[in-house]
Design a protein around this ligand. Structure first.
Ligand code: NI
Length: 177
């Protein structure tokens, strides 16, 4: 496995269109290696999600893994592959919470998201699955799937004044919520 280079905001790949995975793609060893490398890259950066455009691949593919101890995470989410994902909001409820992104290093901002969503996607073998998610998990799903449509979390912020470096967040804001 390899640790992949992460594209930062400003690189055109983060705003470009992505291609769905074909049925044949799941049998391609290079696609399987890409998934393993994305997992390794996620661990290296201690992130909870990573989308293919962030590692310079224009595919509708993302990975999520939420450790049980992660702050703000109600529940552990074991390593999850999202290929060709479709996200549907469940209900009208929205909530704002802090997000960061490996493509915007050292920054955080308050982002409104749907509180509950349904995720329909294919796993790493091309098998369809469906899951309902809420809270932090639902937020991570929406954040990663946004990357597949060329959106960054800063596009979703309704008040840019909350944008902060992580150091300043920890110094001034971490205890407020
Ligand atoms: Ni991101």
């Amino acid at each position: 496995m390899s640790i992949l280079k992460v594209a930062r905001i400003g690189h055109p790949i983060l705003r470009a269109a992505t291609e769905p995975l074909t049925r044949r793609a799941f049998r391609d060893p290079l696609v399987q290696k890409l998934i393993d490398d994305m997992r390794e890259t996620l661990y290296e950066h201690e992130g909870v999600g990573l989308a293919a455009p962030q590692v310079h691949e224009g595919l509708r593919l993302a990975v999520i893994e939420i450790p049980g101890s992660d702050e703000g995470a109600p529940a552990e989410v074991p390593f999850l592959v999202l290929a060709n994902p479709v996200v549907t909001p469940l209900g009208d409820e929205r909530e704002s919470a802090w997000e960061g992104c490996l493509s915007l290093p050292d920054l955080r901002g308050l982002v409104p998201r749907h509180r509950r969503v349904r995720l329909e996607a294919l796993d790493r073998h091309g098998k369809a699955y469906s899951r309902e998610a809420e809270g932090f998990f639902a937020r991570v799903i929406q954040h990663e799937c946004d990357h597949l449509d060329g959106h960054m979390y800063v596009d979703r912020m309704t008040d840019m004044r909350s944008l902060t470096f992580i150091k300043e967040f920890e110094d001034h804001l971490a205890t407020e919520e």
